[in-house]
Design a protein around this ligand. Structure first.
Ligand SMILES: *C1O[C@H](CO)[C@@H](O)[C@H](O)[C@H]1NC(C)=O
Ligand SMILES: *[C@@H]1O[C@H](CO)[C@@H](O)[C@H](O)[C@H]1NC(C)=O
Ligand SMILES: *[C@@H]1O[C@H](CO)[C@@H](O)[C@H](O)[C@H]1NC(C)=O
Ligand SMILES: *[C@@H]1O[C@H](CO)[C@@H](O)[C@H](O)[C@H]1NC(C)=O
Ligand SMILES: *[C@@H]1O[C@H](CO)[C@@H](O)[C@H](O)[C@H]1NC(C)=O
Ligand SMILES: *[C@@H]1O[C@H](CO)[C@@H](O)[C@H](O)[C@H]1NC(C)=O
Ligand SMILES: *[C@@H]1O[C@H](CO)[C@@H](O)[C@H](O)[C@H]1NC(C)=O
Ligand SMILES: *[C@@H]1O[C@H](CO)[C@@H](O)[C@H](O)[C@H]1NC(C)=O
Ligand SMILES: *[C@@H]1O[C@H](CO)[C@@H](O)[C@H](O)[C@H]1NC(C)=O
Ligand SMILES: *[C@@H]1O[C@H](CO)[C@@H](O)[C@H](O)[C@H]1NC(C)=O
Length: 636
């Protein structure tokens, strides 16, 4: 069955004269299947989408001997803890280990705990897989137990298990245990603890490396994603069609040296073989969520990867000279080869089949305000070399179109915009004036971030912490422009996608689409706009009376072949349809007070509500102030 979808939006709650929307009998252009997707940013993985519960699990990228190296770890019963540069590291990628010394007069359980990123949620009946490596560097005459447990912050043991260890274990040995709590504590300030009997182990030194603690994951993938962030009610429910990764700011090392860039092949394989890196937003990335995990995530959500490659420049102004780019270009070629050609390496990692790859983005967000060297020669050298190897790939330029002029002429541009609600609603027609000459556009990052006339980059001070109804309706106005121009706009993703609700992570940009903490996720009002557009995505765009460019009511009409429910409501906008429709239709309305936001303390303040309306070839609909309305009409 064919149905029609109209988006109507009142961005200002003022009184309106009657608006008449006449709908064309024929579609003007198909809507690309890639239109609505997701953009991964650097604050989304560790402690977020990536389900690992322990923070600083492998002492990656920390300076041995410092107290900072012990971040998230604490001593239990006076054990002496130090992070050391191991003489026999567990792997070449992980030089550091946790050295634990038990005092000579110790009694009772002695050891250490980890507090997680911002707490840990434990649920009765779930199995938590824990693992770690240990060794006794001094070969003591000892046989005893290591006890691994999940505990509340007050020390109530929720689950525990013990393993027998012998002091002659002088080389690294990995231990796997599973822990299943039988109660769910109310709080999330829980901990993971490892102890040994102090009296038996008095005076001993034990070294530990590469810990891990995983809850059940999305689709039960090992090393996988956090279910409540990934699942039906959040990211999956957006029905995203693409995933842009590995994150804008993972592609522009912030004032750091080139060595700290994201390097695809150091994010593969066993976790002990991943060195991690000092991230661009001021915290350490484990790289546990690496290239393969991104690709599997794409498969799990049926998203197409839009993969970016590092193009030799950083936000701090660092830039690789033209003559020195060759090895980095080779690395980009190898990255693409890995994804769909180098079967042997993929097979080794459990995925012999090639992954889908159509789009490769060269770098990230080249803005004139940033002194990041010349993009022109990078674009030329990267694209020329990649095209030889991969004639079917599309390469996306990240400069503002069309400055500077690039050679070869880009067929795709990634355009970013973080703007005020006024700017967004005035720019619904942004793409209408663009030439139709074969160049396509990817709105790879956009968000309404403030209600005044701000210009990006804006200070975060004046931007919304959580998107409001005003901001979300402005996003929707801008998005109707993508549908109308979907003949040249092939993809769009709100950014950033995820933000932890804790002071742990420095929040560089906000609002974010989904906020989360250790225990829950809080989809923003803007999230529901994305979900509505994603869920009701059309196959074809149907022209209709154009909204006023600086008006307050906007709409977009699309059609697709599918079956869905129906519904009804009343006036202000009169639709004139060139087809007969069934006499009831479904309307889903997202509305609220202009300043309302979904926050951790009031997460469900603004939710889409669905009801029925009576319809016909001509019908009236009254859209509430500040609302996004999806009308679903079945064509007879
Ligand atoms: C539209 O329907 C909603 C839900 O049934 C109702 O609350 C509202 O009053 C209706 N609006 C008008 C203008 O009738
Ligand atoms: C760690 O020790 C090794 C040799 O044992 C040395 O080469 C390396 O520089 C040390 N690393 C640090 C960060 O001190
Ligand atoms: C592990 O230690 C905790 C806390 O001391 C204790 O309650 C528990 O019984 C121990 N578990 C095992 C399996 O030894
Ligand atoms: C280590 O100690 C255990 C327990 O005493 C013993 O069974 C084992 O044979 C020893 N291993 C070696 C290599 O000596
Ligand atoms: C936990 O361990 C079990 C048993 O090895 C395994 O089947 C399961 O996939 C693991 N779960 C995760 C999330 O790694
Ligand atoms: C990654 O690739 C580079 C070549 O681009 C190579 O020198 C390096 O050894 C590789 N690293 C790993 C961990 O495979
Ligand atoms: C398309 O039009 C833009 C803007 O006029 C121009 O810069 C670009 O080079 C054109 N692309 C092609 C492929 O002609
Ligand atoms: C986290 O949520 C609490 C309410 O539960 C709120 O008071 C706090 O401001 C939030 N913090 C951030 C950074 O979002
Ligand atoms: C819309 O904006 C244009 C240019 O800014 C202005 O000339 C026009 O009067 C405005 N129209 C309305 C209805 O406000
Ligand atoms: C609507 O239905 C009527 C009665 O079946 C039919 O005569 C008319 O042609 C239809 N109109 C359209 C636009 O399909």
């Amino acid at each position: 069955m064919i149905f029609l979808v109209g988006f109507i939006l009142l961005s200002i709650g003022s009184a309106l004269s009657q608006i008449t929307v006449s709908v064309s009998p024929t579609a003007s252009h198909p809507i690309p299947t890639t239109l609505w997707g997701q953009m991964y940013e650097v604050n989304a993985g560790d402690g977020g989408l990536y389900a690992e519960l322990l923070q600083n699990r492998a002492f990656q990228q920390v300076a041995a001997g410092t107290s900072a190296a012990l971040k998230a770890w604490y001593s239990v019963n006076s054990a002496l803890l130090t992070v050391v540069n191991e003489t026999e590291p567990v792997s070449s990628a992980l030089p550091n280990a946790l050295k634990v010394t038990v005092a000579s007069d110790a009694t009772g359980p002695v050891g250490f705990g980890n507090t997680g990123y911002f707490g840990m949620k434990f649920t009765a009946g779930n199995t938590y897989n824990a693992s770690f490596y240990y060794r006794f560097p001094e070969n003591p005459d000892f046989i005893g137990e290591l006890n691994a447990s999940l505990q509340t912050s007050a020390g109530n043991v929720l689950a525990s298990t013990s393993v027998l260890v012998a002091g002659n274990q002088t080389s690294w040995k990995q231990v796997f245990v599973s822990l299943t709590p039988d109660i769910t504590p109310d709080a999330t300030d829980n901990v993971f603890v490892v102890t040994t009997d102090g009296a038996a182990a008095s005076g001993l030194t034990i070294n530990f490396a590469m810990f891990s603690l995983f809850p059940p994951t999305f689709k039960n993938r090992q090393n996988g994603m956090r279910i409540d962030i990934a699942e039906v009610s959040t990211l999956q429910a957006m029905k995203p069609s693409f995933f842009r990764f590995p994150g804008g700011n993972n592609l522009v090392c912030r004032g750091q040296n080139t060595a700290s860039r994201w390097v695809w092949n150091t994010t593969l394989g066993h976790l002990v073989d991943r060195p991690g890196r000092s991230g661009d937003w001021g915290y350490i990335n484990t790289d546990g969520l690496g290239l393969l995990e991104y690709l599997l995530w794409c498969e799990d959500l049926e998203m197409e990867p839009i993969m970016a490659v590092w193009a030799g420049y950083g936000l701090g102004g660092q830039s690789i000279a033209e003559d020195d780019l060759e090895p980095y270009i080779q690395s980009a070629i190898d990255q693409a080869l890995f994804i769909y050609i180098a079967a042997a390496r993929r097979a080794e990692l459990g995925h012999p089949e090639p992954f889908k790859l159509t789009y490769v983005e060269i770098g990230n967000e080249v803005r004139p305000s940033l002194r990041i060297g010349r993009y022109g020669y990078r674009w030329n050298l990267y694209v020329t070399a990649l095209q030889v190897e991969f004639p079917n790939l599309h390469f996306i330029a990240t400069t503002f179109p069309f400055n500077p002029i690039l050679d070869p002429t880009p067929t795709e541009y990634d355009v970013h915009v973080y703007q005020s609600s006024t700017w967004m609603s005035e720019n619904s027609f942004y793409y209408d004036g663009f030439q139709r000459n074969g160049t396509k556009y990817f709105e790879g990052e956009y968000a309404t971030t403030k209600n005044d006339q701000g210009v990006f980059p804006s200070t975060t001070r004046s931007t919304f912490q959580y998107s409001t109804v005003e901001a979300a309706t402005a996003d929707a106005v801008f998005m109707t422009g993508f549908e109308r121009n979907a003949d040249i706009v092939f993809a769009a993703s709100y950014a950033p996608l995820l933000q932890v609700n804790a002071s742990f992570f420095r929040t560089i940009l906000h609002p974010n689409l989904v906020v989360f903490d250790a225990g829950a996720v809080y989809p923003s009002v803007s999230y529901y706009v994305q979900q509505l557009f994603g869920f009701y995505r059309g196959d074809e765009y149907i022209p209709s009376t154009l909204p006023a460019r600086n008006g307050t009511v906007f709409w977009s009409v699309v059609r697709k072949t599918s079956v869905i429910n129906r519904n009804d409501n009343a006036t202000d906008v009169t639709f004139q349809l060139p087809f007969n429709v069934s006499n009831t239709a479904t309307v889903t309305v997202l509305t609220g007070a202009k300043t309302s936001a979904n926050t951790p303390s009031n997460p469900d303040l603004v939710l889409p509500q669905t009801s029925s309306i009576f319809t016909g070839s001509t019908f009236d609909y009254s859209a509430p102030p500040f609302s996004v309305n999806v009308l679903v009409l079945n064509i007879d």
